[in-house]
Ligand binder design. Structure first.
Ligand SMILES: Nc1nc2c(ncn2[C@@H]2O[C@H](COP(=O)(O)OP(=O)(O)OP(=O)(O)O)[C@@H](O)[C@H]2O)c(=O)[nH]1
Ligand SMILES: [Mg+2]
Length: 422
């Protein structure tokens, strides 16, 4: 197990409580990656120093700490430039990672599906490309010896080229997977769809499990879910929704990762509504909510319809929950529900909200179709809410509430006659 020293060097005016929370989160990330934290170093900075990010004196302090604790890894909460990473490794003689690299590492070890693995590999290679020189000096240190102390420029060039080829190869493969998913998605057209998004560990998978009864992986660790999964959820009164669980977000989620997970998050883009899950029991839920806004914005989802779902309210006292509701009312024009994945009864509020959305999305129409067309009739019952049905010599007249997409499909079908009714 890696013995890690953590370094937090935030700007001087960051709220001290937040600075602490960021390091706590970094410790959880380190734990998730399989490391154990053996020391922590802090420095408040006006601006980062070009050489080691932290000041030179502080860097010496760091070296002493690494030595004293027998650490073999140093993790920075702030993003290091390739040069800073290399300078630090030369000084400390241990591996140095920043938060982005640590997150990439976690994704790499936890990705299960073929697609998730390709996405992570792509993100890693794109991250690696500008840092190749540092990686090489790393290797030469392990192998040691004169003549191995750094590759010639030609070797670097060859590697860059090979990595470039692999990157375009991965992009092409991911495009194909995305296309296949697109076909699958179209087959679900007409069904009401929601996507769970939110900070990692907020309880997205737990909620989907509680709503659908399906077995989903839940764990008190960061990034338990990397693959999106879609389940049918019964909303009551004959309504149902397809709900997708997605990968969690985190502060400083590497851009390359966001980019490569874009297609998985397509599910969120196509959803009728986003369920933004917030861990109501987390002391910094406001910052986490803000981080999720920012990632959604990066994904072009800023204007998507959104319901805030405050989860884990079972951990709050009555007074705390009241205070939370007040704060949310002051903060958020969007609708919010307060639930606990552990208490099924509390989920009724969420089901009601979703059912109302489903209904609002339906258009009421009268459809006249040939009585012989049992298949189409069955489709109307399956995809809509049939209010009335009359059999009139050879035809069936059905009054039905349908999703707009299905109405569109029917209008272009010569066998049926569709009329909108108020
Ligand atoms: N007390 C309490 N714990 C909850 C609740 N919902 C989830 N948890 C716990 O919170 C932890 C994280 O839950 P997950 O469902 O894995 O969270 P997630 O949002 O899917 O997390 P990632 O997949 O890592 O992004 C688990 O230990 C759950 O048991 C809740 O309503 N109340
Ligand atoms: Mg999950």
């Amino acid at each position: 197990m890696d013995r890690a020293v953590l370094v937090g060097a935030p700007e001087r005016d960051l709220d001290p409580r937040l600075a602490d929370e960021h390091l706590t989160e970094l410790a959880r990330l380190t734990d998730t990656a399989g490391g154990s934290v053996v020391g922590t170093l802090r420095q408040r900075l006006e601006r980062p120093h070009p050489r080691f990010y932290i000041g030179e004196g502080k860097a010496d302090e760091l070296r002493a700490l690494v030595h004293a604790r027998g650490a073999d890894l140093v993790v920075f909460d702030e993003e290091l430039s390739p040069a800073q990473g290399k300078n630090l490794e030369d000084l400390l003689n241990v591996r140095v990672l920043d938060r982005s690299e640590l997150i990439l590492d976690i994704f790499a070890t936890r990705a299960r599906s073929h697609e998730a693995r390709m996405q992570v590999e792509l993100a890693q290679l794109e991250y690696l490309l500008p840092r190749l020189r540092r990686m090489w000096s790393h290797l030469s240190r392990i192998r040691g010896g004169i003549g191995l102390r750094g590759p010639g420029e030609t070797q670097l060039e060859t590697d860059r080229r090979l990595i470039g080829v692999r990157i375009s190869d991965l992009k092409e493969k991911l495009r194909q997977v995305a296309k296949a998913r697109e076909v699958q998605r179209r087959s679900r057209q007409g069904q009401f769809r929601a996507a769970l998004v939110g900070y990692t560990n907020a309880g997205k998978s737990s909620l989907l499990r509680a709503l659908s009864g399906a077995e989903l992986f839940v764990e008190d660790r960061l990034f338990a879910t990397l693959d999106s999964a879609t389940r049918t959820v019964d909303l009551g009164s004959g309504y149902e929704a397809l709900i997708t669980d997605t990968v969690g977000f985190i502060r400083k989620l590497p851009h390359h990762l966001v980019a490569s997970f874009r297609s998985t998050l397509e599910e969120a883009r196509e959803a009728d509504v986003l369920l933004h899950v917030v861990d109501a029991s987390h002391p910094d839920w406001e910052e986490q909510r803000q981080v999720v806004f920012e990632v959604l914005e990066e994904l072009g989802l800023r204007d998507a319809e959104r319901i805030l779902v405050f989860n884990k309210v079972d951990r709050l006292t009555h007074a705390e929950e009241e205070a939370l509701r007040d704060r949310v009312r002051a903060l958020e024009p969007r609708p919010a529900v307060f639930v606990s994945a552990l208490h099924p009864a509390s989920l009724e509020a969420l089901r009601d909200t979703l059912r109302a959305r489903t209904r609002a999305r339906l258009t009421q129409v009268e459809v006249r179709l040939p009585a012989a067309d049992g298949e189409m009739l069955a489709a109307l019952y399956r995809e809509g809410e049939v209010l009335h049905r009359a059999d009139e010599d050879g035809t069936v007249l059905v009054t039905v509430r349908l999703p707009p997409a299905v109405v569109g499909r029917l209008r272009s079908d010569a066998r049926v006659d569709v009329r909108e009714v108020a």
